[in-house]
Write a protein that binds this ligand. Structure first.
Ligand code: FAD
Length: 355
């Protein structure tokens, strides 16, 4: 019987986060492999709606080592991001195997057994970088299952073509809500439901300013100094051209919160009933961590307790790219590099190979 191969690091997920880890792993002596369940490179960006644009220019949307090439418009389009991520994988000859669906991770003596839909892998450590896109989150609004119209989450929204002349409710006060509202309102009649009043950034503040300010805050806090970021919340709406244009058409108005649903529509907080054909939930995501349920516990949205990116319960497991709880701005192209670098540094320290 052949001896089983035990990797030093197995990375699950080859989206921007897994590849950023790969960039640092290839500079070490660590024996690593990245696996991904998709046929094609590019991670979740392949699932996004056609017109999605980044909220920062290319040079502020880059993975470690190689700047994203300049985009045609000021903000890179989805296809340009996919091209960049695919070329990044090739440029650094990252060891990626796809399609491989990881079904379960188990502990076997002092290494992990990674069970997939094909081969079983063994590894001393695991980096999970599986993102959020497969876990759309929809809040529990009373009566939502009675609604007889169509409900779509932004994860499955592809464009406004099917919504011509429909009455559409957009739920959610983030960037996806604003961008989807902007385009659907051109073809249908829209209303906007938000939990709190939407906060728009000044026109001259885009992702570039947000990241610079947030970095300044990070370094100020490292020195024990205070830094006021209240004006520059990373979740506030960036006035990309489509959203500015929607503002000019005066459609960017929230009607407040939905109290409940009935068969044909919603009842607003004010008590007003309004009928809709379609509801689009732009209400965010949970975390894709089901494959880890046999080695660590998660909360109801899949979040795992970590120090930095390292799991507290399982010291040889790292989580990269899921959002604030795995490192500042780690769910963004520019932010994930820092988390990836510190993760690979932790692993080299632990396994004792050269960084
Ligand atoms: P993913 O890209 O989801 O990659 C994870 C990979 O793992 C996928 O290929 C997935 O199929 C695979 N996988 C999952 N489970 C398994 C498994 N069990 N086995 C094997 N493979 C698995 N970011 C920016 O930087 N700038 C922006 O302007 C920006 N705008 C955004 C706008 C919107 C509306 C949204 C929703 C996101 C935006 N983002 C932006 C964030 C960005 O899209 C995501 O955070 C990013 O795709 C996450 O990358 P990831 O590598 O962590 O996850």
């Amino acid at each position: 019987m052949s001896k089983k191969h035990i990797y030093d690091v197995l990375v699950i997920g080859a989206g921007q986060s897994g590849l950023a880890c790969g960039y640092y792993l290839r500079r070490t002596d660590l024996d690593y492999l990245i696996v991904d369940n998709q046929e094609k490179c590019g991670g979740a960006w392949n699932k996004a709606w056609k017109s999605l644009t980044l909220f920062s220019p290319a040079e502020h949307s880059s993975l470690p080592g190689w700047l994203m090439p300049k985009s045609q418009q000021e903000f890179p389009a989805k296809e340009e991001v996919i091209d960049y991520i695919c070329q990044y994988e090739q440029r650094y000859k990252l060891r990626v195997k796809r399609p491989v669906q990881v079904k379960d991770v188990r502990k076997e003596s002092d290494y992990f057994k990674i069970i997939t839909d094909s081969v079983t892998f063994y590894s001393k450590s695991v980096i999970s970088a599986t993102g959020t896109w497969r876990k759309p989150f929809i809040p529990d609004v009373p009566g939502k299952d009675q609604f007889e119209g169509r409900q779509i989450h932004s994860a499955y929204y592809q464009g406004p073509d099917e919504l011509i002349s429909k009455k559409v409710l957009i739920v959610g006060e983030g960037n996806s809500g604003a961008q989807i509202l902007a385009e659907v309102s051109k073809v249908g009649e829209t209303s906007w439901a938000t939990q709190k009043p939407p906060e728009f950034l000044p026109d001259d503040v885009d992702g570039r300013v947000l990241f610079d300010q947030a970095s300044a805050k990070y370094y100020a806090e490292q020195k024990g100094e205070k830094f006021d970021m209240s004006k520059y919340n990373l979740g506030n709406i960036v006035m990309v051209p489509s959203v500015k244009e929607a503002r000019d058409r005066k459609v960017l108005h929230s009607k407040g919160q939905v109290k409940s649903f009935y068969k044909r529509g919603v009842i607003w907080e004010s008590g007003e009933e309004e009928a809709f054909d379609v509801v689009i939930w732009c209400t965010g995501f949970s975390y894709v961590t089901d494959h880890l349920q046999n080695i660590v516990s998660t909360d109801e949205r899949g979040k795992i307790n970590t120090t930095g990116t390292q799991s507290i319960e399982e010291a040889n497991l790292w989580l990269v790219g899921y959002g604030g709880w795995t490192g500042f701005a780690s769910a963004t192209l520019i932010g994930v590099g820092r988390s990836a670098r510190s993760t690979v540094q932790d692993i080299t320290n632990k396994i004792g190979k050269k960084a």
